[in-house]
Write a protein that binds this ligand. Sequence first.
Ligand code: ADP
Ligand code: MG
Length: 204
Amino acid sequence: MSKEKHFKKERTLIMIKPDGVQRSLVGEIISRYEKIGLKMIAMKMMIPTEKQVEEHYTLDPEWRRVTGEKTIKGYKAKGMNPPSEDPFEITDKILAGLKKYMTSGPMVLMILEGAHAAAIGRKISGGTEPLTSDVGTIRGDYVLDSYQMSDVDGRAVRNLLHASGSAEEAEMEIKHWFDAKEILSYRLVQEQIIYDVNLDGILE
Ligand code: ADP
Ligand code: MG
């Protein structure tokens, strides 16, 4: 791997959704990502438009199918019938719900950089459905929504945050939400202990 694109340069986009802001969990959520060693290189607060939300979720042409299928699987794993067998019908409703959810108040958006940033960001965030997200993850620890409850109520699952699904997804999402000039390039002191190969800068 070339020096220009070292592992430590991978990026992920984290968005604290309006429920995260309203529940005063911004500090708690950021601290989880900070503590694992990811570096914040951009952050801002904003109320997005519905258009921005729709564009965000449809950057990946596969999102509609994959998210619909994931929902169907989630229902079946619990021995329940999904609201539809057609993943696209499911995501039409989800997208409408997401536009309402994510434009309902301010969100906090940030870009985090570090080794395996996308995979680590997803691991800490937890699975999409809070009911089944692992204990110890942000979604598993701080929110109790489910596919069933949100579908019955005709709204999006409230799961506090968005975290990019992969480094490639992150690159597209970052371009969508941030201008290049909003992204800062700087060194964090702790990067030395995390990434330095020789650890020869510690002893006096
Ligand atoms: P993730 O945010 O974990 O990447 P997806 O990309 O599959 O999840 O879905 C985007 C968002 O849409 C989720 O975070 C959640 O808020 C909402 N969502 C997903 N599936 C459903 C569903 N079956 N019912 C309601 N909302 C959903
Ligand atoms: Mg996703």
